[in-house]
Design a protein around this ligand. Structure first.
Ligand code: ZN
Length: 174
């Protein structure tokens, strides 16, 4: 190979590597965090009964975050926020979370898993994936792409634990 074409190949390789780095999005931060990384939740009107797919999903998701990271998530009758079920038959969403904060610190939150979503109610991994995703919004993380629990396009049957990128995001805030 001539010197000039070698240089072109080198430049093309560099561009390829750069585009890969740019397309591999990392965690995205929300402008709030949970005080001391210590989150407590209570149940809502539709999650009073134990053993439902939605309530199991919330519990499994909360337990995973609690066990796998430096963050703490636990039930308390006086919890900071509420984890509930909604039943949206003709809605595509799996779950949703609204987080309230003051001076960058979470003051309250309200999360729903969609108990009418057949993909969620037929597969515990999907329910757990959704629960972790929604809880991580409250911990201060927004949507991202790539391999992350915060990716909206993740395969919820396979990505149902915190991923490398999520741990990097946790390390930045907590
Ligand atoms: Zn989300």
């Amino acid at each position: 190979m001539k010197m000039k074409s070698k240089r072109i190949v080198a430049v093309l390789l560099l561009l390829l590597m750069l585009s890969f780095v740019l397309s591999t999005s990392a965690y995205v931060l929300n402008p709030w965090k949970v005080s001391y990384g210590y989150l407590t939740y209570k149940w809502g009107p539709n999650t009073q009964v134990a053993g439902t797919m939605v309530r199991n999903g919330w519990e499994n998701g909360a337990n995973h975050i609690d066990n796998a990271s430096i963050l703490t998530v636990g039930y308390s009758s006086t919890g900071l926020g509420t984890l509930d079920a909604e039943y949206l038959i003709s809605n595509s969403r799996y779950g949703t979370m609204t987080t309230y904060y003051n001076n960058g610190i979470v003051t309250s939150f309200y999360g729903y898993l969609n108990g009418a979503k057949s993909q969620l109610t037929s597969n515990p991994n999907v329910a757990q994936s959704t629960a972790i995703h929604e809880l991580m919004h409250t911990f201060g993380y927004a949507h991202t792409t790539g391999t992350s629990i915060m990716s909206t396009s993740r395969d919820r049957t396979n990505i149902y634990t915190l991923q490398h990128d999520d741990y990097l995001g946790i390390a930045v805030k907590y």
